[in-house]
Design a protein around this ligand. Structure first.
Ligand SMILES: Nc1ncnc2c1ncn2[C@@H]1O[C@H](COP(=O)(O)OP(=O)(O)O)[C@@H](O)[C@H]1O
Ligand SMILES: Cc1ncsc1CCOP(=O)(O)O
Length: 701
């Protein structure tokens, strides 16, 4: 194991004390953590005799070697030498660094604890390979902590060693899922950032160490990737490594009934991602093939009458067996033959995923406004229109819909995502859409718990492989791109199976926001002041990017980060919305009326509304513009707010009430906004049947 290449991103420090481990077996817990994605292990045993420690280290080393993860021994150079593991970690009070280096030689890893800039400088000058910087937060695991650094203290240390770019760094002390991203982002300087987080109890004491490690791995991986959206959306993306790995491990059967053009290419793509392809066009074979619990791709790229009959037979067989079907209506908008085939197939059974380019999805929706020329992708819709179209189609068909193009839009009817990965070469080769369908089929086969996450995993695997391939020196155009693309699909799968998730740092995924966009467009038209807050921005993320164009500085009167759940905090409560209740004045006209959109309905929205009501404001809650990750919370929160005196209404109703009269100058603009977003409104309102909002369609407040 070359020490320069060690991945420190999720560094596990062991603790076998019963108060941490309970009754569980030490090795089983560490192995579960390795399965979950731990990238480096330090054996830390403060008690016990040398013989026993060597035995433990030897057994642990056997395990870590299977995962190609380095094992370091805390404090005990002799033990590291005895088991010939990858190195040691020494504290400030342990053996000196020069002595350790002399005993271990240049190739072993030596890490040193540092809690001040001076200690850090001395260690890096002395040749430490990495620093364990801490203690970041107070922790039960180590009582004799010298300094509680906080992320800022870690940052000072990173700054102190900025002229030593080769030395690697992890932080330690009280790190867990809640604070990992905070410390990683807040400690980063323009010159360097931490290479990883070191944890003890967050994994060793976790009830499910595998899942705990997996979640930590995803938090560190997505540090530099562009995932914008709600926590629920980030959860979708954080399952991607496990999905790619599950395809690799389970080798699902991908039964392709595909067109004559891409049969060979699709089979090669399936093999590259780890699936087992079978290209079978005989409908009667489906009855046997569906028993393997893989998935079926129906791609009508070169449909004819006989093929159509076979597709219908296979679709019915897979539906009966409850095994997933991915449908690719290739060229569906091009000819009447294809439109009829599309109708026959949609009527014949259920498709778990419908994937197509813009024209194809339009054909599925029944929109014949654009005549597709051939099978190629072209676009006339805005991003917002695409998002609305896939979301509505997904909702009505109760399926996952994917619309591909320069950006891809994916929806399950409630959650809608935009993915901007990929490369223009994909549009210059034949079969890129078709083979994305094959890739999706493998993912949905292994990930029945969340088809949306499976589809996102497949798209990211596919499109990031394309980006990496296109950037290679040996790729000079679409021709040389194809073999490189297959190689990179394969490499991503292999790397992911070994826990190397660096490829995912390229992920660019955004949560699509509908009602809040409409409300903000309306506010812009009527020049209504806007107040924006985020809850703990560094940890939970900034206001989603799609809203930024609708937040002009002329209207945004406050944009605050907060830790209190209510938005009614200074200066909003003191300068902008002073206390009105005791005043005899009804308030400054419309300024006394406040409409709220955002998340979470039962937390920030509720507390803001209650504070504003108490302060004497008239509060409108836009029911189709608030949500909670747990959608069951929403109706309860809305009922409570209604009883407390808030007006719970819809975005459209509120907008018309604000205008009051169609004679106002802005009426035409508003009608345009209402028309543009009619599909969104209809779709979101359908989710409100029963009086509550569907989840995820709103911004952070
Ligand atoms: N200009 C582009 N930039 C990045 N990715 C692209 C581009 N054009 C197409 N893709 C990607 O290529 C794949 C196929 O999409 P598309 O060309 O729309 O499908 P089809 O081949 O079915 O017409 C998708 O993964 C899509 O994101
Ligand atoms: C060229 C062609 N003709 C019929 S199917 C087909 C392949 C279409 O591939 P994709 O839609 O994936 O680009």
């Amino acid at each position: 194991m070359e020490k320069k290449k060690v991945d420190y991103s999720v560094y596990l420090v062991t603790d076998s004390r019963p108060e941490v481990l309970g009754q569980r077996d030490f090795y089983t817990v560490v192995e579960a953590a390795l399965k979950g994605g731990v990238t480096c292990v330090q054996l830390r045993e403060k008690t016990g005799d040398t013989g026993a420690l060597i035995q433990t280290a030897r057994r642990l080393h056997e395990i870590t070697q299977r995962y190609q993860v380095p094992l370091l021994i805390n404090d005990r150079v002799d033990v590291a030498l005895a088991v010939n593991c990858e190195g040691v970690h020494i504290g400030q009070d342990d053996m000196s660094l020069p002595e350790a280096r002399r005993l271990l030689g240049p190739d072993k890893i030596i890490g040193v604890s540092a809690s001040t800039p001076d200690e850090a400088r001395e260690a890096v000058k002395g040749g430490a390979d990495y620093l364990g910087i801490g203690t970041v937060y107070s922790t039960q695991t180590k009582s004799n902590t010298k300094h509680i650094l906080g992320p800022e203290g870690v940052r000072d240390i990173l700054e102190a060693i900025s002229s030593f770019p080769k030395v690697r760094t992890v932080c330690i002390g009280g790190i867990n899922e809640e604070n990992a991203q905070e410390v990683l982002s807040k400690s980063a300087t323009s010159k360097r950032k931490l290479d990883g987080i070191a944890v003890v109890s967050a994994v060793m004491a976790a009830s499910n160490p595998l899942d705990a490690a997996k979640r930590l791995a995803s938090l560190t991986t997505f540090q530099s990737s562009k995932i914008i959206g709600t926590r629920a959306m980030q959860d979708v993306v954080s399952s991607v490594p496990a999905i790619v790995k599950a395809v690799h491990e389970q080798t699902p059967l991908s039964h392709n009934m595909t067109n004559l053009v891409v049969q060979n290419f699709a089979a090669n793509i399936a093999l590259a991602i780890g699936a087992s392809p079978i290209m079978s066009n005989h409908g009667d074979e489906a009855e046997d093939l569906c028993k393997h619990k893989g998935s079926l791709v129906i791609n009508m790229g070169t449909v004819d009458d006989k093929a159509l009959g076979n597709y219908v037979k296979a679709l019915k067989a897979y539906n009966r067996a409850g095994v997933p079907v991915v449908f690719d209506p290739v060229g569906a908008g091009a000819t009447s033959v294809r439109r009829n085939a599309l109708k026959t197939l949609l009527d014949a059974g259920y498709m778990d995923v419908v994937k197509g380019n813009e024209n194809e999805i339009k054909a599925v929706v029944g929109d014949s406004s654009t005549q597709q020329r051939g099978v190629d992708s072209s676009s006339t819709l805005t991003d917002q229109e695409k998002a609305t179209m896939v979301e509505n189609l997904a909702r009505t068909k109760e399926t996952i819909v994917v619309m591909t193009g320069v950006s891809d839009f994916v929806s399950d009817g409630t959650r809608t995502l935009q993915i901007t990965n990929g490369h223009p070469y994909l549009a210059s080769i034949t079969g890129s859409g078709c083979t994305l369908g094959t890739t999706i089929s493998a993912a949905v086969a292994v990930w029945p718990e969340d088809n949306l996450a499976a589809v996102v995993g497949a798209i990211l695997h596919y499109e990031i492989a394309a980006e990496i391939a296109a950037s290679r020196n040996d790729v000079r155009g679409p021709g040389t791109f194809i073999p490189a693309f297959i190689d990179e699909l394969y490499n991503i799968r292999q790397n992911t199976s070994k826990g190397d998730l660096r490829w995912l740092q390229r992920a660019r995924v955004m949560d699509v926001v509908l009602t809040t966009t409409k409300i903000l467009r309306f506010a812009n038209a009527l020049k209504i002041p806007i107040y924006v807050t985020t809850q703990n921005r560094t940890r939970l993320g900034d206001t989603v990017a799609e809203l930024k164009p609708h937040l002009p500085s002329s209207l945004v009167k406050a944009d605050l980060d907060k830790t209190r759940f209510s938005m009614y905090i200074p200066p909003i409560s003191t300068e902008h919305f002073p206390f009105l209740a005791s005043s005899s004045s009804p308030g400054p006209g419309k300024g006394a009326e406040v409409a709220i959109v955002g998340i979470e309905s039962h937390i920030c929205v509720t507390q803001t509304a209650l504070d504003l009501l108490e302060a004497g404001y008239k509060v409108y809650i836009i029911a189709d513009g608030v949500s909670s990750c747990n959608s069951a919370e929403v109706p309860i929160a809305l009922d409570r707010l209604r009883q407390a005196g808030a007006v719970v209404t819809t975005s459209e109703s509120w907008m018309y009430e604000c205008m009051g009269d169609s004679g106002i100058g802005e009426f035409k603009d508003v009608v345009k906004i209402v028309k543009d977003t009619m599909g969104d409104t209809k779709g979101v309102m359908e989710g409100l049947v029963g009086g509550y909002s569907n989840g995820g369609r709103v911004s952070k407040i």
